[in-house]
Design a binder for this molecule. Sequence first.
Ligand SMILES: NC(=O)c1ccc[n+]([C@@H]2O[C@H](COP(=O)([O-])OP(=O)(O)OC[C@H]3O[C@@H](n4cnc5c(N)ncnc54)[C@H](O)[C@@H]3O)[C@@H](O)[C@H]2O)c1
Ligand SMILES: *[C@@H]1O[C@H](CO)[C@@H](O)[C@H](O)[C@H]1NC(C)=O
Length: 317
Amino acid sequence: MSTADMKIITVIGSGLIGRSWSMVFVSGGYTVKIYDNQPGQAAKAITEIRKQLEELEGAGMLRGELTATQQLALLSSYDDMAKALEGAFFVQECVFEQLEVKQSVFQDIERLVGKDVTLSSSTSCLVPSSVFSKVQNRSRCLVSHPVNPPYYVKLVELVPHPETAATVMDDTHALMTKVGQAPVCLKKEIDGFALNRVQAAIIAESWRLVQDGIISVKDIDLVMSEGLGMRYAFIGPMETMHLNAPEGLQDYMKRYGEGITRVLNSFGPVPDFSGEGAKSIFNEMRELIPSDQQHLSARIQRRDQLLMSLAKLKKEH
Ligand SMILES: NC(=O)c1ccc[n+]([C@@H]2O[C@H](COP(=O)([O-])OP(=O)(O)OC[C@H]3O[C@@H](n4cnc5c(N)ncnc54)[C@H](O)[C@@H]3O)[C@@H](O)[C@H]2O)c1
Ligand SMILES: *[C@@H]1O[C@H](CO)[C@@H](O)[C@H](O)[C@H]1NC(C)=O
């Protein structure tokens, strides 16, 4: 397929993530066809996107070179999968996180598209070898795992199936870069990919420290938000170490490697996330932020506003 033809992207599933991907792709000037198997759902998604794009434009936070009106003109909705897939060079699947649903959706998609079309899944927890097990040609399949909300948090983990062609990884990396995301490539699949494995490690130790009576829920969150997180928005753990010793990473490990090893060896087993011990952590959290819709929505709104400002700051530097 020539690059002149590579204009149309089909988004399958129009929930939270399908809508976000659609906004990201139209911001990059692509035509986006949205399909959902719930009749009327894809059309509803566009109504919702219109509202968001207008708000973003008003706030000066719209991504890309086009106006909100121009971006909206690139969107269309379908209740018919075959029509939605017509002309697409790239398909981003965003349906429920259920293996059988994804497997059968990809089986359907493969029957309807040409042989050069890339099939990409948004799955957060399923490995490509499971998701694509019913696809015939797996060399064109990969996972493109976004972070919520993708409009402000730009990381996309590209995870290959064992059979994925290198060109498919490269082309998807280029596409994601072009639409303003920050893609990273995993060299092979692994449960949890990279982001969720690192996140699980942070969750485990945070949980343990609270459960063992070392620190409060409130204070462990401050350790991240006022401590580690300040740097991590701009430099990762590797560069952090590299900058924290006079002669860089190797020097850092000479000085601190033993200490880190000692601490790591004191880590306990996987903590209990649901038993008696967990109950007091749930309660402590609810005292800080009650679990009702009103309190949670207010905090979500605050989070997204702060992420928007941070995204702005990162763009300027
Ligand atoms: N929400 C997140 O934070 C997040 C982050 C990263 C990745 N993901 C992944 O993105 C995917 C979608 O998540 P979401 O939060 O948008 O879910 P969601 O429940 O908001 O949306 C799913 C949508 O898919 C539609 N759908 C279901 N089965 C379908 C089918 N067979 N054909 C077409 N449409 C179908 C539903 O009608 C619904 O509109 C999941 O795989 C999830 O793991 C989610
Ligand atoms: C499989 O997919 C690759 C990558 O899109 C494509 O180049 C190749 O022609 C496909 N093979 C078949 C047999 O369809």
